[in-house]
Design a protein around this ligand. Structure first.
Ligand code: MN
Length: 229
C-alpha cells in the first residue's frame, strides 16, 4: 500500500442480486437519444444520428431506496429511466458478436438531468457535464447477473412518479442495441471491467419536484425506487 497524501476516495460500487459480492464501478458512460420517440420529443430526427456518448462521474451513484435532496443549481431536474449494462471485461475495438461476452449484468438506472443547464450548454456549444454529471445524478438498482437472466433485448421499461405513469417503452425500441453500443463505444474509449453504460431513455421525460417518489422498472431486470426530499 503506497503512502497517499490523504486517504484515497472509496471505490463506488453496486450490490449484486443474490450475492454478497459488490461490483466495483470504474466509469459511467451514457448513450444519448437512443429511443426514437425520445429523440423526437427532444427535437431531433432519430434516423439521422450515429450513437453519441457522454459520461457521468462514478461517485454520483445513488442506491435504490435512497432519498436524495433536490440538486443545487437547477429548477428543472428531469428523470430518464434507462437500462444499465455492467461490464466484467473490456478492451478496444470489441466486435459486435463478442460484445455480450463482456457483460456482467444489468440494472435499472436513472439518468438524472439538470435540463435547464443542459439546454443552456447545448445552446452555447458547451460541454454537458453541468447538466449530467452532478452530485447524485446516477441512481441505480442492484445488478442482476447475466448468468441469471441472460441478455434482455426486449421487455417493458417504465417509470411512475407519485404513482402516475410518466415513461413507458420497450427495450426492443432501442435504436442502437447493447452489442452495437459496446462495439461503437470501444472504438472511442478503452472499456474496462467495472464500466457501466446507461443505454438511453424512452419518451416521457419530465420535471421532478421536491417530495416526489419515483418507481422505475424493467421487465426481467428489476426495479428502482427513489425519493426527492
Ligand atoms: Mn439519458
Amino acid at each position: 500500500m503506497p503512502d497517499y497524501v490523504f486517504a484515497p476516495p472509496a471505490v463506488p460500487f453496486l450490490p449484486v442480486t443474490g450475492s454478497d459480492l459488490l461490483f466495483p464501478v470504474h466509469r459511467i458512460y451514457c448513450v444519448g437519444r437512443n429511443f426514437a420517440d425520445h429523440a423526437v420529443e427532444m427535437g431531433h430526427d432519430p434516423t439521422r444520428e450515429p450513437p453519441f456518448f457522454f459520461q457521468k462521474n462514478p461517485d454520483t451513484l445513488v442506491p435504490s431506496g435512497a432519498t436524495m435532496g433536490y440538486p443545487r443549481g437547477t429548477s428543472d431536474l428531469h428523470h430518464e429511466i434507462e437500462l444499465v449494462v455492467a461490464l466484467k471485461a473490456g478492451g478496444e475495438d470489441i466486435p459486435e458478436d463478442k460484445a455480450l461476452d463482456c457483460v456482467f449484468g444489468y440494472a435499472v438506472g436513472l439518468d438524472l438531468t439538470r435540463r435547464d443547464l443542459q439546454g443552456e450548454a447545448k445552446k452555447l456549444g458547451r460541454p454537458w457535464e453541468v447538466g449530467k454529471a452532478f452530485e447524485e445524478a446516477a441512481p441505480c438498482s442492484a445488478l442482476v447477473p447475466a448468468s441469471a437472466i441472460g441478455h434482455p433485448d426486449h421487455g417493458r421499461i417504465a417509470l411512475t412518479v407519485n404513482g402516475a405513469a410518466r415513461q413507458e417503452g420497450d427495450l426492443n425500441q432501442m435504436i442502437w442495441k447493447v452489442p452495437q453500443v459496446i462495439a461503437v463505444l470501444s472504438t472511442l474509449f478503452r472499456l474496462a471491467p467495472g464500466d457501466l453504460i446507461f443505454t438511453g431513455t424512452p419518451a416521457g421525460v419530465g420535471p421532478l419536484q421536491r417530495g416526489d417518489r419515483l418507481d422505475g422498472s424493467i421487465a426481467g431486470v428489476g426495479d428502482l425506487q427513489l425519493a426527492i426530499a
